[in-house]
Ligand binder design. Structure first.
Ligand code: ADE
Length: 232
């Protein structure tokens, strides 16, 4: 069975996962803590990266290259764009982009750099497994585009611009970079987010109020994904 990485960005995003796992070994590496455990006979490595594309790149790379993880599951919160997404709702990324990657002055589309791509697609098998999990839990999980950037979005105009360029359903600050890493290193990956706010003028208040409860909703689903991956 493959060694599974479970990542979040903030402590609150991995705390419910560590609680469920119970006992684990803590290793410090490159300024982060990595929690190693055997769970139902499978090796897991859990970590939160800290916020943003750079830290999440470091952590995803470390989990794969240093801890030898062979599949990566990300759990956390996001700002909703798709009006169907309410606080606490789950979105699974079908593909991700970097909404703040901008060399458009040279004639390239937003999110594109030469030899890269605007979108990185997630693993189809993990998507199919998440449908099974959602059905079993009787949960409505939206599949869609997630846009990632190094900013907490709290402005309708910024949101509208992200929709214009990427037709995104949700936005956050790590998924797109984790996607680039996993894609480059050939690691199947899955990005799950529960909505904490709707990236509007009230976003920071909503985030403060709902981040923890939404992180728990996402973590509970991710642990069902782990069970599902193990059972296959
Ligand atoms: N994660 C959760 N809400 C967010 C927002 N509004 N902007 C960026 N990342 C987020």
């Amino acid at each position: 069975m493959k060694k599974i990485a479970i990542m979040g960005a903030m402590p609150e995003e991995v705390a419910p996962i560590l609680k469920k796992i119970g006992t684990y070994k803590t290793t410090e590496y490159a300024g982060n803590k990595y929690y190693e455990a055997t769970y139902n006979g499978v090796e897991l490595v859990v970590a939160y990266s800290k916020i943003g594309k750079v830290f999440s790149t470091l952590t995803a790379t470390t989990m794969i290259e240093h801890f030898s993880c062979e599949v990566l599951l990300f759990s956390g919160v996001a700002g909703g764009i798709n009006p169907e997404l309410k606080i606490g709702d789950l979105i699974v990324a079908t593909k991700l982009s970097q909404h703040d990657l901008d060399i458009t002055v040279f004639g390239h589309p937003m999110g594109y750099v030469p030899e890269g791509s605007v979108f990185v697609e997630t693993d189809k098998d993990l998507l199919a497994l998440s449908k099974e999990v959602a059905d079993e839990l009787g949960k409505n999980v939206i599949e869609g585009v997630i846009a990632t950037g190094d900013q907490f979005v709290h402005d309708e105009k910024v949101k509208a611009n992200i929709v214009k360029h990427f037709n995104a359903d949700a936005l956050e600050m790590e998924g797109g970079s984790v996607a680039v890493v996993c894609n480059a290193l050939n690691i199947p990956f899955f990005i799950l987010r529960a909505i904490s706010d709707t990236a509007d003028t009230d976003a920071s208040f909503s985030f403060d109020e709902f981040m923890e409860s939404s992180a728990i909703i996402s973590a509970e689903f991710i642990m069902k994904m782990v069970d599902k991956v193990i059972s296959k």
